[in-house]
Design a protein around this ligand. Structure first.
Ligand SMILES: NC(=O)c1ccc[n+]([C@@H]2O[C@H](COP(=O)([O-])OP(=O)(O)OC[C@H]3O[C@@H](n4cnc5c(N)ncnc54)[C@H](OP(=O)(O)O)[C@@H]3O)[C@@H](O)[C@H]2O)c1
Length: 325
């Protein structure tokens, strides 16, 4: 089978499409013929050796998949050959076939949800939903989303609206902000061309925001903390812009705000029940049309490295999905 392979840590252009041995299902595993695989910034970090988890070389990146079960390992009773499933996996998604451990991170896809949609939400949407719950977002509160046109960001915009918040979306271009408005943002801020703290104050009549979703970090974080309301919750999700920011703790004291760490996979490990419930809720909203994951582009497997290069260069919007066939 063909797979995108990382043989040395480095930028995505070092990745190659390679003929690899087809996987075989061991105990408590299934093999999935991958029909679609979502692209996430963690893939970009992983191929550079900068992710929290560094797989041994060579490996295939890709953490979100949807496809058809082709093999069942010993002890698997929850799935059968032919089932349509989607899953969050440690890596290995950008391939014609993927080996998947049977646990709470894999689920059957309801009829009516296509593979591209099903591959676009397991990681990004679970992360944002978990963040908004950790941040205790309430109906009527104001939510600020940094990197709002990215995968995690646009999910937070959509889920924030479903949860009844007023959503302020921040991104680096008018085109990206337009995508956020299209998917529900009530107000937008271009954080490259404006003073973020002042723009937040202006957008909230001087009050500040209740919850911040921050998948970007770097120089964007401190002005967002400065733009928080009393008793706000700041959700730390990631550092796509590069630097891990150092926030002066006097700001946290003065605002009476909380800084909340969000790590969806640690949550899935530590509280599988909550992960499963969140996942089921997202799937239900997608199935009944309340939530539609924002997929702006698909790439054939042969161009999977380009998709990662585009994510690294800040060129993608919403979710992009690789379609091995
Ligand atoms: N904690 C968790 O459980 C968890 C789970 C999934 C992902 N994450 C993290 O969340 C972050 C976002 O992931 P994602 O998959 O949503 O990524 P993505 O789709 O590529 O979005 C990242 C956004 O960050 C902004 N950005 C600012 N500077 C950037 C730079 N130098 N390079 C790339 N993007 C930059 C971009 O928007 P603008 O151009 O508008 O600034 C972009 O839309 C990543 O740090 C990822 O590791 C964390």
């Amino acid at each position: 089978m063909k797979a995108l392979v990382c043989t040395q840590f480095g930028p995505p252009d070092a990745l190659t499409i390679t003929d690899c041995p087809a996987p075989s299902a061991g105990a408590k595993q299934i093999v999935v013929r991958v029909r679609a695989a979502g692209v996430n910034f963690p893939d970009v970090l992983m191929v550079q050796g900068k992710y929290q988890v560094t797989p041994p070389l060579p490996f295939t990146p890709g953490k979100e998949i949807a496809g058809i079960v082709t093999q069942i390992g010993a002890g698997v009773t929850a799935f059968k050959v032919g089932d349509r499933v989607c899953a969050q996996i440690p890596h290995g998604g950008f391939a014609e076939e993927a080996l998947v451990a049977v646990n709470h991170l894999v689920a059957r896809i309801p009829d009516g949800i296509d593979f591209v949609t099903a591959a676009a939400f397991p990681l990004a949407y679970s992360t944002s939903f978990h963040a908004l719950k950790r941040g205790q977002l309430k109906s009527g509160e104001t939510l600020l989303v940094l990197g709002a046109s990215g995968g995690v960001g646009i999910a937070a915009v959509q889920l924030g609206k479903i949860m009844g918040a007023r959503v302020i979306a921040c991104a680096s271009s008018e085109e990206k902000l337009e995508l956020c408005r299209l998917h529900g943002a009530d107000a937008t801020i271009n954080y490259e061309t404006s003073n973020l703290r002042d723009a937040i104050k202006q957008s909230t009549g001087g009050r500040g925001v209740d919850v911040v979703v921050d998948p970007v970090g770097d120089r964007y974080s401190e002005p967002a903390v400065r733009g928080m309301a009393w008793n706000g919750r700041y959700c730390v999700i990631g550092f796509a812009a590069g630097e891990i920011p150092k926030i002066p703790l006097n700001l946290v004291l003065l605002k009476g705000c909380s800084i909340v760490g969000v790590a969806v996979n640690s949550n899935a490990r530590n509280d599988p029940t909550e992960y499963r419930e969140n996942f089921a809720q997202l799937m239900e909203w997608i199935a009944n049309g309340k939530l539609e994951p924002v997929v702006t582009a698909t790439y054939p497997l042969a161009r999977a490295a380009d998709a990662l290069a585009d994510a690294m260069a800040r060129r993608i919007q919403g979710k992009v999905v690789v379609t091995p066939g």
